[in-house]
Design a protein around this ligand. Structure first.
Ligand code: PMP
Length: 387
């Protein structure tokens, strides 16, 4: 199956923000595995954790206690609003668990009519059936059969429709990315998130944050919603940077929201396996320490200054600089896919995104010199894009 429009380079190795292809060319990596390699490539703490665990134990399944799971769950609980954690392998699986958690909550509360999951235009939650139905991009559903009942899409700008949907007695939960990633680095305001929190609470509707892309330090806080006091959800999906390149996903919830998630209701063979947990713990401890988050915030400020300056000098190439932390979007005037190729020819890897954006999603450990180098290469790409 040919499912990807792959860039015509074959990557062989990586160190920090640098990748080397099979032809020996080096690239400055501002894709980071689509916001996943939060600590860059071949981080020594992750390599050590994985290789040590590889010699000890790989897999036992979830019919036994797994000490690494308990340790990582404890860290996530201590650092968040949540009381409990389910480990999955991917972001999509974390979202599936979040949706089941929300519906099961209402089921065990004796309100089975509450099934609707309200999502937003431009959002991305994954590629399984529940996830494409929850995502706010009709293209993901095309040719995949009828829409499932119980999923509602709204515009983030339609305050009246949002209020009306949350007040409906059939609504189970609202799912939102605090910063839309695939949609093109669109950050929701604190005011918007707090209003959503207040409305969902008032009407007994659960709030799910999909922080698969925005979480684990990407915005300069451990979780994007932590920029705003009181914005925390009831349920949160994590993945990507949680394993910093190793497949790890998680669904976090308050004890109240998780009431319906009892043994037998959900499960996974591989989720939370000892290898994944060993890497997850090392990644968590490296990301959640103040230094990495401070570096991400400083690098972000540096990027935004330099990128605004670049936009000022290339208003015919870059229409807008947006996003939060190191989830940065450039709304392009030339075609974004073509621009990604031009940037690659200049030794810079950037990701695409909705609304004709290119995204810069580098390692949280990117240095000031590497930020400057990335923008220098971007500038060369802008010159070339002008033709
Ligand atoms: N939610 C969001 C916000 C994402 O950005 C992604 C991946 N881009 C997913 C869910 C799906 O994650 P995965 O590809 O790991 O299943």
């Amino acid at each position: 199956m040919n499912l990807y429009n792959r860039a015509p380079i074959a990557v062989e190795s990586g160190k920090g923000v640098w990748l080397t292809d099979t032809a020996g060319r080096r690239y400055l990596d501002c894709v980071a595995g689509i916001a996943t390699d939060a600590l860059g490539h071949a981080h020594p703490a992750l390599v050590a954790a994985l290789t040590e665990q590889a010699g000890k134990l790989w897999h036992v399944s979830n019919i036994f206690r797994i000490p690494g799971q308990e340790a990582l769950a404890q860290r996530l609980v201590d650092a968040s609003f949540a009381d409990c954690v389910f480990f999955a392998n991917t972001g999509t699986e974390a979202v599936e668990c979040a949706i089941k958690t929300a519906r099961r909550y209402h089921h065990v509360k004796g309100q089975p009519e509450r099934i609707d999951i309200v999502g937003f235009a431009g959002s991305f939650h994954g590629r399984t059936y529940a996830a494409i139905n929850a995502s706010g991009n009709a293209g993901y559903m095309e040719g995949c059969g009828p829409r499932l009942p119980g999923f509602v899409q709204l515009s983030v700008d339609d305050a009246a429709a949002i209020e009306e949907a949350i007040a409906r007695p059939t609504t189970a939960a609202v799912i939102v990315e605090p910063v839309q990633g695939e949609g093109g680095a669109r950050a929701l305001s604190g005011e918007w998130l707090l209003r959503l929190r207040a409305l969902t609470r008032r009407h007994g509707v659960l709030l799910i944050h999909d922080e698969v892309q925005s979480g684990m330090g990407r915005t300069g806080k451990l979780f994007a919603h932590q920029w705003f006091d009181g914005a925390a959800p009831d349920i949160m999906a994590l993945a990507k940077a949680l394993g910093s390149g190793f497949p790890v996903g998680a669904c976090l919830a308050t004890a109240e929201a998780a009431k319906g998630m009892t043994p037998g209701v959900h499960g996974t063979t591989f989720g939370g396996n000892p290898l994944a947990m060993a890497v997850g713990i090392a990644a968590f401890d490296t990301i959640a320490n103040g230094e990495t988050l401070a570096n991400a915030r400083a690098a972000s400020a540096d990027f935004f200054d330099r990128l605004e300056d670049l936009r000022g000098r290339f208003p015919d190439v870059i229409a807008e600089v947006r996003g939060k932390g190191l989830l940065i979007g450039l709304k392009m005037i030339p075609n974004n896919r073509e621009f990604m190729g031009i940037a690659r020819d200049h030794g810079l890897l950037v990701a695409g995104g909705g609304e004709n954006c290119v995204r810069l999603l580098p390692s949280l450990l990117i240095t000031p010199a590497e930020v400057a180098e990335a923008v220098t290469r971007l500038e060369a790409a802008c010159v070339a894009a002008r033709g």
